[in-house]
Design a protein around this ligand. Structure first.
Ligand SMILES: Cc1cc2nc3c(=O)[nH]c(=O)nc-3n(C[C@H](O)[C@H](O)[C@H](O)COP(=O)(O)OP(=O)(O)OC[C@H]3O[C@@H](n4cnc5c(N)ncnc54)[C@H](O)[C@@H]3O)c2cc1C
Length: 448
């Protein structure tokens, strides 16, 4: 076995690792970076970025379709194969370019699976890497079901890379990935799109009034959203696949995508030699992202039992871990204001407390809410469904939570998050001279 020593070894080359390695290099550290898959991680190669190629295409189709007969005649249609070429052009060569970029900056890179083989070391291929600090940035992987026929199920990555769009697609799980992909599939021309969700509440971390509006919009498009339905087995039949449900029902599909959640990827801890404690939420860390059981080890991004599994959270953890490793000052992260978005059409955005959470916490609040479907900004683009809900602390006039489902919710939620974070009051938002008429200028009517 070869042996090499570094200041810091980082496992995983996703977005959290990017910020960590970049920061450590700026401080002159000798860094090793390992990934078993192509360099770049989930967001860039298998998540946010390729997904947005598909979403942007169907957004254009949707906007034109909404105005069919109202000033537009022939709405465009998705050319799935051409769209795949466009998306793949963005992805091609990225991992190699990233690898070269790190190497040019002096990072020692390894391609292979790393396993902690001691409290201060990792083994990758035939090399043992020792380090003062080890940063685990190993991300998450799709939760896999164990029902009979589970081998027929495909994951989100397979959906992103479908060479042809199947006619009948069934999604298992009512989370954001299923909803986003179902909207892509139906707008791109799939004939039958079904989501099976095992409870009565899909998208459960979002405001349920907004979710109801999204369900109405999804069903109006022809997406079958079936609640309280759990698959028990899948079999291959002549015409595709047959999914059996708990209540005796069954559904046929040409392609089944399992998107019932993501779980931390903890293969790096196999064998337990690293003495790094973890549970089903991920690697257990202090508020400073340091392992609770092995002070040499830090965990960031989706593999850490910290905030939501989202790219901006991973980025921030990557930045903060640098300060904590270098010991300049101990930094922790405030996870209270993290906006999140479901890229459906209309899209849904959320930040802060939901109404239910505010009630559970016994907080006083005034709620400004209502439909936006008759607002000029919705009418002029033919958007049939839209809703907002803003929770405001009556004493301080600050926002406790904000929830939107309508066009541009993806951008407006960021403005609301900024207002929450920097304690801009509802009245200040209402008084501000927003460029007009824009989706953000509609905030005036939402907060007062
Ligand atoms: C379909 C999809 C859509 C998404 N959309 C959004 C979105 O719109 N917005 C958003 O904010 N987030 C989105 N996410 C989530 C986002 O992609 C993740 O939160 C983010 O990528 C996590 O980054 P990370 O650095 O923690 O891990 P990752 O980017 O997952 O990187 C982890 C890397 O570690 C490597 N690795 C793991 N174990 C080992 C090992 N033992 N040895 C060597 N290498 C190893 C893996 O190969 C991987 O490349 C999406 C995710 C998916 C799957």
């Amino acid at each position: 076995m070869k042996k090499q020593n570094f200041d810091t070894v980082v496992v995983g080359s996703g977005t959290s690792a990017y910020f960590a390695v970049d920061g450590l290099l700026r401080h002159g550290q000798q860094v090793a970076l390992i990934d078993e898959r192509p360099f770049g991680g989930t967001c860039a190669l298998r998540g946010c970025q390729p997904k947005k190629y598909l979403v942007s295409n169907v957004e254009a189709v949707a906007l034109a379709s909404q105005l069919e007969g109202q000033g537009l005649t022939i709405p465009p249609q998705t050319d799935w194969q051409a769209l795949q070429i466009l998306k793949n052009r963005f992805l091609e060569g990225r991992p190699e370019a990233e690898l070269r970029q790190w190497q040019k900056k002096g990072v020692t890179t390894f391609q292979g699976r790393a396993v902690m083989s001691g409290t201060d070391r990792l083994t990758v291929n035939n090399t043992v890497l020792t380090a003062d600090n080890i940063v685990l940035a190993t991300g998450a992987i799709p939760r896999r079901s164990t029902i009979p026929g589970a081998d027929y199920l495909q994951d989100s990555e397979a959906f992103l890379n479908l060479a042809q769009l199947p006619k009948r697609i069934l999604f298992i799980g009512g989370g954001y990935i299923s909803f986003e992909f179902a909207h892509v599939a139906i707008r791109a021309g799939a004939e039958e799109v079904t989501i099976l969700h095992r409870s009565a509440l899909p998208l459960k971390s979002f405001d349920q009034d907004c979710v109801q509006v999204l369900l109405t919009a999804s069903r109006a498009l022809g997406i079958r959203v079936l609640l309280n339905q759990e698959p028990t087995a899948v079999e291959m039949i002549d015409s595709g696949y047959l999914v059996h449900g708990k209540g005796g029902q069954s559904w046929e599909a040409d392609c089944i995508i399992e998107a019932s959640g993501r779980v931390p990827n903890l293969e790096v801890l196999a064998g337990g030699e690293g003495k790094v404690d973890a549970d089903r939420r991920g690697i257990l860390v202090t508020p400073y992202l340091q392992s609770v059981s092995n002070p040499r080890v830090y965990a960031i991004g989706d593999c850490a039992a910290t905030g939501s599994m989202l790219a901006p959270v991973a980025d921030r953890e990557g930045q903060v871990v640098v300060a904590n490793i270098l010991g300049e000052r101990q930094q922790s992260i405030d996870y209270a204001v993290v906006p999140s978005v479901v890229f459906t059409i209309p899209p849904m955005g959320s930040v802060g407390l939901t109404e239910q959470q505010a009630r559970e916490q016994g907080l006083e609040f005034r709620s400004r809410q209502g439909s936006t479907s008759r607002w000029p900004s919705s009418l002029r683009i033919g958007e049939a469904e839209g809703f907002y809900k803003i929770l405001i602390d009556p004493e301080t006039d600050r926002l406790l939570g904000a929830h939107l489902v309508r066009h541009n919710a993806t951008e407006v939620i960021n403005t609301l998050a900024l207002a929450m974070k920097y304690q801009i009051t509802a009245n200040e938002l209402a008084d501000f001279m927003w460029a007009y008429p824009t989706s953000t200028s509609d905030l005036k009517y939402m907060v007062r």
